[in-house]
Ligand binder design. Structure first.
Ligand code: SF4
Length: 734
């Protein structure tokens, strides 16, 4: 059959590998002997080693081989600098970088973009040249928001992608398992190191009935967020299924998956269906549709697949919802919202409504919003509140400009911003309300945490469908319910909005707009990566030094951390056992008290020694950020010795070339003092399961030996030897 279907128009020579899924699943099925859910099929279909993988949802860790990587401009900088330090010639899997986060909204599209190009020139130049050098696709400022561009060009059913942004799961609307990760994970995959993921639990959402009227796909996820709360999806993939699925557009399914991030889910995914097929056709990917259809048996759950939890939603009965303020899981059905506004004393006057963002700027969203604006205009009405539109991509912007929706929105008083994140990520130079003033805004975005949009903690931000946002902009107040309240037209006549309507896909096809893509050049050797040595935003990284071949001796204890240890930000949140304070430690050589990072630097630069951290239980919990492991290594750390580790952080430390070790007897933690110096015996002979001894030299001259253990396997030991996993990768590719 058909085996060579290109992953995307931009990835010549990279085809979709459904055969690997098929082969992997054959192995996994024979081992597990039970029906599989959709996410299990896609995830296990990308296992690095299906024969030996330990597959226990919610418990074990999987090593996976993602199909592609996507980075946004804010997180790509560190990821690329790290990748460069390895000295590899090119990325191992198709990768893209998207310039969307650094564009501030002030006056509107073109001007804001020009200003951003100016202010961020250094970063953009670096990203443009580094991507060119290493074979990465580069989407320039103005191209649009990462997740929208991924959906339009790169997502495909059954794929596995990681992205350095929390809303990467948006691609689940096209049946892809797409997970938001830290930069270090992205670097691993770019460098051909398997990606580690805790084996996800499975939450099923069973959709029955049919969506209609004012209810939109957004309301599905607003409802689910209300049920599961902001933590309810943690460690799980949310899988939608049931006959209700096909009443949702593909872009609507993407909206639902996008906002799964708000409930902490690893990602969300829909089974392959004809709505995805239509979207693939509309975005010039018919061969992918055909290939997916031929593989559909693995792009849906097995019969009788079991979930850890199932939520039932009848779309025919689902009401529009408004979530917020200040948290996306405070879900109120529209019919109860006006009362909630009064009961809670939320500011009734609506100051600004914002539509678009990566979450809700599809052609369908814009068409429905325009239908509402047109109806208001036909009664002579203009927006009563501020009205802001952020198109998700240049393609959407160009298409709605050609087809007239943009004119409808502008005529109503809408201001169209650059194709970028803008107000969604606080890049909003808001002038209409002074900081500190209590006010309400409503957006079709995904997050509404305090101060996220405009840095004003008194702003009450609510989240709803673009339809509701648009209608409420004409009502001018939060208590306006377009399903039941009338508005007075310019002619004095009362009218009620009809149900919004809009085409899901552009009848004349998408207009790609301006070409904003930079493909990596043929001759990459000639590309010089632009980093200004005087830059305070970018700094080339030296690869970490390889291990010197000796057992470390005489290392100071940088800090003995007590209790829960926040390892983020160079250990500055950890409580020092010596004084009960955070970020204040004593230099064992000079006796001076200083911050943790400064003291570490002194050890590194003045005393030319490594150091160790002594930690308590579950050290590194919640520190999936790569910096949590990168920074201690950068500051010269040798080992972290704890009662126990959070698994991900332990692996991250190993990747950076550090030694995570644990006390064989957890109570030995008490034996180490903050002013001790220590030797590590057994590093020279480190093997899987070997012993390590911590020889502690107390200040009073006494020494004692404390048994330690480690979880290094043979492969991970090579990381330590080489100085880091990246160094090892670079060496093995030479
Ligand atoms: Fe993140 Fe908002 Fe940008 Fe989406 S639009 S990628 S949520 S900042």
């Amino acid at each position: 059959g058909q085996t060579k279907v290109q992953m995307s128009a931009f990835d010549k020579g990279h085809s979709i590998n459904y055969q690997r899924i098929e082969d992997n699943l054959q192995v996994v099925r024979s081992r597990l002997n039970r029906p599989l859910t959709l996410s299990e099929k896609i995830v296990y279909g990308h296992l690095d080693n299906p024969h030996e993988a330990d597959i226990r949802p919610g418990a074990s860790y999987l090593k996976l081989r993602p199909d592609r990587v996507a980075c946004q401009d804010a997180t790509a900088q560190m990821a690329l600098l790290q990748f460069m330090s390895a000295g590899l010639p090119t990325v191992a899997v198709p990768t893209t970088v998207h310039c969307d986060h650094l564009i501030e909204a002030q006056v509107g599209g073109a001007k804001d973009l020009a200003r951003a190009n100016d202010i961020n020139k250094e970063v953009y130049d670096f990203l443009a040249t580094a991507t060119a050098k290493y074979g990465i696709g580069f989407w320039k400022p103005g191209s649009g928001i990462i997740h929208q561009i991924i959906l339009e060009n790169y997502a495909f059913p059954g794929g596995l992608m990681i992205g350095t942004d929390s809303h990467t799961p948006n691609a689940g609307g096209l049946g892809m398992v797409a997970v938001g990760v830290g930069g270090a994970d992205a670097v691993d995959v770019m460098a051909d190191i398997p990606w580690e993921l805790k084996c996800p639990k499975r939450i099923g959402v069973h959709l029955t009935g049919k969506i209609s009227g004012w209810t939109t796909p957004k309301d599905v996820i607003l409802k689910v967020a209300g049920i599961l709360t902001v933590k309810g999806g943690t460690g799980a993939i949310i899988e939608y299924f049931g006959e209700g699925v096909t009443s949702l557009s593909c872009t609507g399914m993407a909206t639902i998956c996008n906002m799964g991030a708000e409930i902490g889910a690893t990602t969300s995914v829909f089974p392959y269906n004809e709505r995805m097929g239509q979207y693939l056709d509309a975005t010039n990917r018919t061969p992918i549709r055909q290939y997916a259809e031929s593989f559909a048996h693995n792009l849906r759950p097995d019969q009788n697949a079991e979930y850890d939890q199932v939520i039932e939603i009848n779309l025919s009965e689902l009401e529009p919802h408004i979530n917020g303020p200040y948290t996306p899981d405070l879900a109120t059905p529209l019919s109860k919202f006006a009362q909630a506004v009064k009961d809670n004393n939320w500011p009734d006057k609506l100051s600004v409504g914002l539509i678009g963002s990566c979450t809700n700027s599809s052609y369908e969203d814009m068409s429905r919003a325009a239908s509402i604006a047109d109806e208001a205009a036909s009664h002579g009405l203009k927006a009563q509140s501020g009205f802001i539109v952020t198109p998700g991509s240049e393609q959407i912007r160009a298409t709605i400009e050609r087809d007239g929706q943009m004119q409808s929105l502008e005529k109503a008083g809408g201001v169209v911003l650059a194709n970028a994140c803008g107000p969604c990520i606080g890049q909003w130079d808001r002038k209409d309300v002074p900081k500190g003033t209590k006010n309400s805004i409503i957006t079709s975005y995904n997050r509404n945490f305090t101060g996220r949009n405009d840095a004003n903690t008194a702003t009450h931000a609510f989240v709803a469908s673009p339809d509701l946002v648009t209608a409420m902009v004409f009502g001018g107040s939060l208590t306006f319910n377009p399903m039941k309240d009338s508005l007075k037209g310019a002619d004095g006549q009362e009218f009620k909005f009809s149900d919004p309507s809009g085409k899901e896909l552009p009848p004349r096809g998408y207009d790609p707009g301006e070409n904003t893509y930079q493909a990596p050049p043929q001759d990459r050797a000639a590309v010089n990566v632009a980093v200004d040595p005087k830059s305070d935003r970018l700094q080339l990284l030296e690869p970490f030094k390889p291990w010197d071949g000796k057992d470390p001796q005489g290392l100071p204890v940088l800090i003995k951390a007590k209790g829960k240890c926040t390892t983020d930000h160079s250990l500055i949140g950890a409580i020092n056992e010596a004084n009960g304070e955070a970020n204040k430690v004593q230099n064992v050589f000079t006796g001076e008290w200083n911050t943790v990072p400064e003291t570490a630097k002194e050890y590194r630069d003045k005393h030319h020694t490594g150091w160790v951290v002594i930690g308590d239980e579950n050290y590194g919990e919640g520190s999936s950020r790569e910096h949590a492991a990168l920074e201690p290594r950068f500051l010269g750390g040798t080992a972290v010795i704890t009662r126990s580790f959070a698994r991900i952080h332990e692996t991250n430390l190993k990747k950076q070339g550090m030694l995570p070790l644990t006390f064989k007897n957890p109570q030995d933690y008490e034996k180490v003092r903050p002013d001790d110096k220590v030797d590590l015996i057994g590093i020279k002979d480190l093997k899987e399961g070997s012993d390590v001894t911590l020889r502690v030299h107390h200040k009073d001259g006494k020494s004692e030996d404390i048994p330690l253990q480690h979880t290094f396997n043979a492969g991970q030991i090579t990381w330590h030897r080489a100085g880091s996993a990246l160094n090892h990768m670079a060496k093995s590719k030479q």
